[in-house]
Design a protein. Structure first.
Length: 378
C-alpha cells in the first residue's frame, strides 16, 4: 500500500546517557506476549503502518497488528493485537516493516514475507508469503528498508539493491515497471545507510551526503540540496531528517503539522533544502514517521514533534499537550531513558536503556492500553 512508511531509527556515534527509571503502564501477564513464558528483553522496535515488529535480545522477531497477506509471518492472515512469534528458526540482525515485512539474518541473508504486490518480496514471484521467504539472490546484506510497494537492501560491499514496484523510479535507474528480484541501483552508489518510504529511496554516502531517487527526485540518485554533512538520516513518505556529527537535527520535505520541527507549519517542497530543528538539544537517534518525527537526545530523553492525531507524540496527558500537533520537539511523558525510537504511521515505539519495549499511539500491542497518548510497556 502506498502513502505509508516503515518504522526505523538512525543512530549516530554521540554517547547517550542512560539512567534506569520506572513509570508507565506495566505489561500484562508474561510481558503481554502470546505463548511466552517470561518477560522478554528487546534490541529494537519497528513501528510500521498497519503492523509492527520487535526484535528480541535473542534475535527473534515478534509482530502484531494487521496480517494482510501474512505480514506478521506467523503462517496465518489473522490479525494479532499482541506481539506473536514469526515462524521459523531465523535469527534476525535487523527488521523492516511497512505493508509487508523483511529482515536480514545474523548470517546476512535477506528474507521477506506478506503481500507480494509488484514483487516487493523479491523471491522472483508475485505470490504472497505467510512466513519468511528468502530473497532470490546470493548477495549478502547488512540492512533492509521498505517503501510502500518496494524494498531495498544494503549489501556488504556498500552497493544498493532494490526490487518491487518501479513506476515512480524508486528502484534507481531500472528500466521496467517492476522487478520481483533484486537489481542494483544505477550510478555506482556506495552507501553507508539507506532508507525507503512511500515512492522513494535515499542513501547516505561516505561524504555525509543524502542522495534520493524515486517520486519527485527522479529515477537516479541526486543529493538533498544545501544540506550539512550528515552522520545518519531517516525518511518518511514525504519528509526526512538527518543528524550531524554534533547531534544537530535538520529536516526537509512537507511540513504539515510541524513535522520538520522548525516552529512552523505549511506547504514546503518535498525535495526542498533542510531546515534546522528549533532546539538547542543534541540528538543521538532520529526517526521520521508518516506525519511526525521522534528522536533520542544525548541524555537519553525522548522527544517527538509533528502530528499527534492519535497520541503518537507520546506527550500527554499529565498537563501536557494532548492530541495537539507540535512544531518543535515535545518531551515524551515518561521517566524512561531511551536507546532508540521508531516512528510509524499512527504509532511510535522505542527500546529503553533496560532493553524494554514501549509503544504509544494507535495499536500499541498492550491489551491493557491498546491506544495510548503516553508510552506503555509491551
Amino acid at each position: 500500500m502506498t502513502g505509508r512508511r516503515p518504522g526505523r531509527a538512525v543512530t549516530i556515534g554521540l554517547p547517550v546517557v542512560l539512567v534506569a527509571c520506572l513509570d508507565g503502564i506495566a505489561p500484562t501477564g508474561t510481558g503481554g506476549f502470546a505463548g511466552d513464558a517470561a518477560v522478554l528483553t528487546y534490541d529494537a522496535a519497528f513501528a510500521g503502518s498497519g503492523h509492527h515488529c520487535l526484535l528480541s535480545h535473542g534475535s527473534r522477531a515478534r509482530c502484531w497488528g494487521s496480517n494482510s497477506g501474512g505480514a506478521l509471518g506467523d503462517g496465518s492472515t489473522q490479525r494479532r493485537d499482541q506481539p506473536g512469534r514469526v515462524e521459523g528458526s531465523h535469527l534476525f540482525a535487523t527488521l523492516a516493516v511497512d505493508a509487508h515485512s523483511c529482515g536480514v539474518t545474523t548470517n546476512e541473508v535477506a528474507f521477506c514475507w506478506g503481500g507480494n504486490v509488484n514483487g516487493r518480496l523479491g523471491d522472483g514471484t508475485l505470490q504472497s508469503r505467510r512466513i519468511p521467504t528468502q530473497v532470490a539472490t546470493d548477495v549478502r546484506f547488512r540492512s533492509v528498508t521498505l517503501g510502500g510497494l518496494h524494498t531495498c537492501a544494503l549489501a556488504l560491499d556498500d552497493t544498493v539493491y532494490c526490487w518491487g514496484d518501479n513506476q515512480s523510479g524508486q528502484l534507481g535507474g531500472f528500466a521496467g515497471d517492476i522487478s520481483p528480484v533484486p537489481v542494483p541501483v544505477a550510478g555506482g552508489l556506495r552507501a553507508t545507510a539507506i532508507e525507503a518510504a512511500g515512492r522513494h529511496t535515499c542513501g547516505l554516502d561516505e561524504q555525509g551526503t543524502v542522495l534520493c531517487w524515486g517520486g519527485p527526485w527522479g529515477s537516479l540518485p541526486r543529493p538533498v540540496g544545501d544540506a550539512p554533512a550528515f552522520e545518519g538520516f531517516s525518511i518518511g513518505d514525504d519528509h526526512g531528517c538527518g543528524l550531524t556529527a554534533e547531534g544537530e537535527a535538520w529536516c526537509w520535505g512537507a511540513n504539515h503539522d510541524g513535522r520538520l520541527g522548525n516552529g512552523t507549519t505549511g506547504p514546503t517542497p518535498f525535495d526542498g533544502s533542510p531546515v534546522r530543528v528549533a532546539t538547542d538539544l543534541r540528538f543521538a537517534a532520529i526517526s521520521a514517521g508518516f506525519e511526525h518525527t521522534c528522536a533520542v537526545a544525548t541524555d537519553g530523553r525522548g522527544y517527538c514533534w509533528g502530528s499527534d492525531e492519535v497520541g503518537q507524540l507520546g506527550d500527554g496527558p499529565a498537563g501536557g499537550p494532548d492530541d495537539v500537533s507540535a512544531t518543535t520537539p515535545s518531551p515524551l511523558r515518561t521517566d524512561r531513558f531511551w536507546q532508540s525510537v521508531s516512528a510509524g504511521q499512527f504509532l511510535t515505539c522505542g527500546v529503553t536503556d533496560r532493553f524494554e519495549a514501549f509503544c504509544w499511539g494507535f495499536g500499541t500491542g498492550n491489551p491493557a492500553a491498546p491506544n495510548s497518548d503516553r508510552p506503555v510497556q509491551l
